[in-house]
Design a protein around this ligand. Sequence first.
Ligand SMILES: Cc1cc2nc3c(=O)[nH]c(=O)nc-3n(C[C@H](O)[C@H](O)[C@H](O)COP(=O)(O)OP(=O)(O)OC[C@H]3O[C@@H](n4cnc5c(N)ncnc54)[C@H](O)[C@@H]3O)c2cc1C
Length: 462
Amino acid sequence: MTHQLPHVVIVGAGFGGLAAAKALRKTPAKVILIDRTNHHLFQPLLYQVATSVLTPGQIATPIRNILRNQKNTTVIMGEVTGVDKDRNCVISSDADRQNVPIAYDYLILATGASHSYFGHNEFAEYAPGLKSLADAEAARNKILRAFELAEAEEDPSRHRDLLTFILVGAGPTGVEMAAALAIFVRNTLKSDFRRIDPTSTRIVLVDMASRVLTPYSESLSKSAKQRLEKLGVEVRLGHSVDLIDAEGVVIAGERVASKTVIWTAGVAPSPAGKWVNAETDRAGRVRIQKDLTVPGHPEIFVVGDTASLDQNGKPLPGLAQVAIQQGRYAGKLIHGRIVGNAAPGPFSYFDKGSMAVVGKGFAVLQSGKVRISGLVAWLVWAAVHLQFLATSSLRVSVFLQWVWTYVTGQRGDRLIVSPHRPEFAKPGLDTTVKATFAGSENSRSGRTETPTGGAIALKEAI
Ligand SMILES: Cc1cc2nc3c(=O)[nH]c(=O)nc-3n(C[C@H](O)[C@H](O)[C@H](O)COP(=O)(O)OP(=O)(O)OC[C@H]3O[C@@H](n4cnc5c(N)ncnc54)[C@H](O)[C@@H]3O)c2cc1C
């Protein structure tokens, strides 16, 4: 009988996809949840992994662990590359099997977004973004390595470049990351080094916009900027970044030398619109109807960051709450159709407000007409973020880590963990050193040389 159950395929186990899967837990259907990773990631805390507050395992949970008691749901790790609307199947690949068709009666696409370099993809090599756990670990490695390189460098004139960190994009991620980095260098690291003074680190936050946190009110933007400056962050607004290369960035014609640039600016939606050949908005997000389906396809739903829906004349923002509410709505609607319930009314987003944290004990909060900044907003921020973590064990673990970090200034994870040893050997170095590292990876070229000389292509982590 099982094969006669309708198949609901959900692509993406982020906020939207997971909410949809949970809403289908009692549905007489076979639910298949496909994700390219094995974990559900709490993206709002990625910057805390990048700045060593939390470990990767504190902000991500295996998807199959979250859904272990949901018997109607199968979790598949795979990369979806397309949708065959005529045969009602998605095309998925993994390391073992290519282009496997997975049939659906209902399809929910919740594939989120990735970085956008606004047409300058060449920046990606020098300015990694912050979207996945691999990105956050790579950023953490890069930041920690800069201090190690500076400490080892005997020529003090090189310390300045190594200890200049540039964040491109003063939205919530850039602001949160800049503030966390400032506290990290001035509190946690200040007595750990002998040749360098980490408190002399230069942190530059740059954006074309005229204020930080543009989605927030002007008064909150102003207090966030003041707080950043108090923490020692150099905020450069109204300037475009013309170039990013191995030597740093060029901001409005002026070169700022830096070995660590992090991209916290634009996002681009997943290619879901191309898969279903649907109309998209200017950013490439699929234009969906009020019931979250693709026009002409009542069986295909698109939710979250990869969907575009207007409410009160404005497009809904790319926020976790939007994705969660849309995922839940799509799951409930499909449940209703399968069990024969009446269709619900059109989707309507309920805005619970937005928050951004600006360092220890300070956040900005905007909800309706309410605007708060300071410690109270920070306490609300902490409570809300704890509540939305995927499991109780994560809530306890993150809470304890935050209390520990707040009280002692110490952070959870300051390890440089590279999947491959960095390329130390350069022409001119001692031959013994070369021989020792003959099998190591050249992380910049994305290739690894085996001791036998064979080359294996590696997928770049960033
Ligand atoms: C650094 C950062 C900080 C943020 N902070 C906040 C915040 O404070 N508050 C807030 O409300 N929002 C915040 N956001 C935005 C929020 O995280 C997103 O709006 C939300 O994650 C969107 O949910 P989603 O389900 O659409 O996509 P996601 O949560 O991104 O999930 C997409 C899922 O799809 C999977 N996937 C993608 N493509 C494929 C494919 N081809 N095949 C298989 N699987 C695929 C991915 O692995 C991922 O698991 C932040 C985002 C970032 C990056």
